[in-house]
Design a protein. Structure first.
Lengths: 390, 332
């Protein structure tokens, strides 16, 4: 009976919704008025980033609430300072502006900045130690790249050098090392997920916090599922193994290192991180296991050329450089949430693939002592070496 | 167990061997052992006192907005029993205390502080008070008067009125404020003002000014966000008070700052005589004077030099949050 016009019926709920919404916005005040007075907006600013330059402080503020928010007065250490605003002084929902204050800040001493709204509500941010924000210069570019290389590429390349030893190992030990890879990736996935959830708590709730994390996780999980299915099909439907599996592991680790690089870069730029040698060395030791994880799937089957190995090391390690650049020069908590969520999703997916591989190839199956022990070893080593950088 | 060849052992140990020299790598930004050269010879603007005058100062409003609060009415000669009548109207008003910052105040006659009330000793002071605000209010005067004129027991509800009437005593500098409960709120929201009682023997002629020190807690956290004299932060830094060097400057100073234990006034470049409460023969000779909430006094300055002289609270925090101004002393 509906015939061809059934498609038009699909629009009916949308049209009616528009009508109801229009009616409510026109008469809404009188409806909520029945309940009594609504509370005024909180008028708190979201102080996103405070940068220290020679004789200048730059404060990036966002309006996290639906109502407009106006910047009226700025204080530094409880003293009113003249200021300029790059952008509008009246911020709409989720809009940002940058406040520039001429101020001779004292290096390495605590400092508090305050932004007061037109309704007199002051939002303050305390910086534990004022450090000059690294400028985007060739030198700092190189510096972050060097950090990314040391923390990402070098340990992974070193870990890959275990490949010759792995090729000589017996099948149950291979299965154990594959399980170690799975344990390692599970550790990374959980770590990334918790990092993403922690960062999302600091975002304005208007950005959808936890939902954004889930979105990121799901997107990367399904994306990698698609890639690994394609890879599996091209190898004759036997599932992913060998170089293909190693590549997936490298991608998962690479995404995680992207998030790690971002975290290191932004922590350093904001003066929150004392980037000592201890920290860098700790990270290198922590990430060497990742190289082992990439090498494990390559232990069986055909040999792999040095060039292929180098590419794998780059895929897994180079994102740390990109992350450090982004974190150091841009510092966006939103980027951090997205990167870590994607890293978690990718890592979880690769764990599934490795699990399938182990189930197929391990003597004694998924429940054999080598596999279980290997998994625990993976988680354990990552945990212990992770304490070096905690 | 698989046999390891020498090649394999080296291959396996390579990661550990390579790591050793890296442990001694000294990375940029890691050690703060050098004294940091912060300014590198930059031309940074000095942000000391001197920069914050006239156009550089963030203060709301125009040049003569607060004249009625700064310049008191004339002193009248002694005449026992003369009636001095004032109309005070309590009204809720949102005022601009700093540029762009608005405070929901309770005011007498629309200003914070309220109007200057002046009488001569033994005048009959009559203040007709009408409460146009949203809360009950009173007026409590500092002075000598009967207890039913004290502004404590006869609370005036919104819409009602009350007439305070009593002989003006003693001579000196006093103040008035609301005494409805909660006391802290009724004061800090702006219900206060200066109350001058001139002595029988008139004071020598002088350029007379009234200054009421106060603060505003705009975000309700129990601490003042802005400090002012006569109601607007940094106002007299932006619009310096012009005075002549040829005549004494007399300031009737009162402290109605809530939340902070004391306030103060410090004058640059000169000294002044200070008479606590404006009564008695004791005069202090100083450049910095301290007052608790409710204290007040008379300052007399004979400027030695012309020019711009800063005056401010000597609690530096108050000065940097708005309680700072300038005298522009002209050689006339």
């Amino acid at each position: 009976m509906l015939g061809r016009s059934w498609r038009l019926w699909a629009f009916v709920p949308l049209v009616l919704l528009t009508a109801v919404v229009a009616l409510f916005t026109a008469a809404g005040g009188s409806v909520t008025g029945l309940l009594g007075e609504t509370a005024p907006p909180l008028d708190e600013f979201d102080i996103r980033r405070v940068e220290f330059h020679p004789s200048e402080i730059r404060i990036r503020v966002t309006n996290p609430q639906p109502d407009d928010l106006t910047i009226a007065s700025v204080t530094v250490d409880d003293a009113i300072m003249p200021f300029d605003v790059e952008g509008d002084s009246t911020l709409g929902r989720l809009r940002s502006s940058e406040i520039v204050v001429q101020y001779d800040w004292v290096p390495e001493e605590p400092i508090t900045v305050g932004v007061t709204s037109s309704t007199g509500i002051e939002t303050t941010e305390e910086i534990a130690a004022a450090v000059q924000t690294p400028q985007a210069s060739a030198r700092s570019f190189f510096g972050y790249a060097l950090i990314g290389t040391l923390v990402g590429i070098v340990p992974i390349a070193l870990g890959l050098l275990w490949l010759p030893s792995l090729r000589r190992a017996a099948p149950q030990w291979l299965a154990a090392f594959m399980a170690l890879t799975a344990g390692l990736l599970t550790f990374l996935a959980v770590e990334a997920l918790s990092e993403a959830l922690e960062l999302q708590a600091a975002l304005p709730s208007a950005l959808g916090g936890a939902g954004l994390v889930l979105l990121g996780v799901a997107l990367s999980f399904l994306f990698l599922t698609a890639i690994s299915t394609r890879m599996g099909e091209s190898s004759g439907g036997a599932g992913v193994s060998g170089l293909a599996l190693a590549t997936l592991v490298a991608i998962g680790i690479g995404l995680h290192n992207l998030g790690e690089g971002l975290a290191i870069g932004s922590s350093f730029a904001l003066g929150e991180l004392a980037l000592g040698t201890f920290f860098i060395v700790g990270f290198m030791i922590h990430n060497v296991t990742e190289g082992l994880g990439i090498a494990s799937p390559l232990a069986e089957g055909r040999g792999v050329s040095w060039q292929r190995l180098a590419v794998l090391a780059l895929v897994a390690g180079a994102p740390a450089i990109l992350g450090a650049w982004l974190g150091g020069f841009i510092t966006s908590d939103l980027l951090g949430v997205v990167f870590f969520a994607a890293a978690a999703g990718a890592a979880f997916e690769v764990v599934v693939e490795v699990g399938r591989y182990v189930a197929r190839r391990a003597p004694g199956g998924l429940g054999s002592p080598h596999v279980l022990g290997g998994f625990l070893a993976g988680v354990g080593v990552m945990y212990v070496t992770g304490l070096l950088v905690a | 167990m698989p046999k390891f060849t020498r090649k394999q052992i080296l291959a396996g140990a390579a990661p550990l061997i390579a790591a050793a020299p890296l442990a001694r790598l000294n990375l940029p930004g890691h050690s703060h052992s050098h004294p940091s050269a912060t300014h590198e010879g930059h031309n940074h603007p000095t942000l000391g006192h001197a920069a914050m005058i006239r156009e550089h100062v963030p203060a709301p409003g125009g040049p003569h907005d607060l004249d009625k609060l700064l310049y008191p009415p004339e002193a009248l000669p002694y005449k026992r029993g003369r009636v001095r009548e004032y109309e005070l109207f309590a009204v809720d008003k949102t005022i601009e205390v700093a540029p762009g910052v608005h405070f929901n105040a309770w005011t007498y006659n629309g200003t914070v502080p309220g109007p200057v009330i002046r009488a001569t000793e033994d005048d009959l002071l009559r203040v007709n008070f009408v409460n146009g605000g949203s809360h009950p209010h009173t007026i409590h005067f500092h002075g000598i008067h009967p207890s039913n004129m004290d502004g404590v027991f006869e609370v005036v509800p919104p819409g009602s009125s009350f007439t305070y009437e009593f002989p003006a005593r003693p001579a000196g500098m006093h103040l008035y404020h609301c005494h409805a409960t909660p006391l802290k709120k009724h004061i800090h929201k702006g219900l206060y003002g200066a109350f001058i009682i001139d002595p029988k023997e008139p004071r020598p002629p002088a350029q007379e000014l009234v200054m009421v020190m106060n603060g505003y807690d705009t975000d309700g956290d129990g601490g003042n966000n802005f400090y002012t004299v006569n109601g607007r932060s940094f106002y007299y830094a932006r619009y310096p008070i012009e005075v002549k060097r040829s005549q004494t400057v007399r300031i009737y100073l009162a402290n109605l700052t809530e939340f902070d234990l004391i306030n103060s006034l410090h004058l640059h470049g000169d000294f002044f005589r200070y008479q606590p409460t404006g009564t008695g023969d004791y005069w202090e000779y100083t450049d910095t004077v301290m007052q608790v909430q409710g204290q007040r006094g008379v300052i007399e300055i004979d400027f030695a030099n012309p020019g711009e002289f800063m005056f401010h609270a000597h609690q530096s925090e108050f000065a940097e949050l708005g309680w700072m101004g300038f005298f522009d002393v002209k050689d006339e």
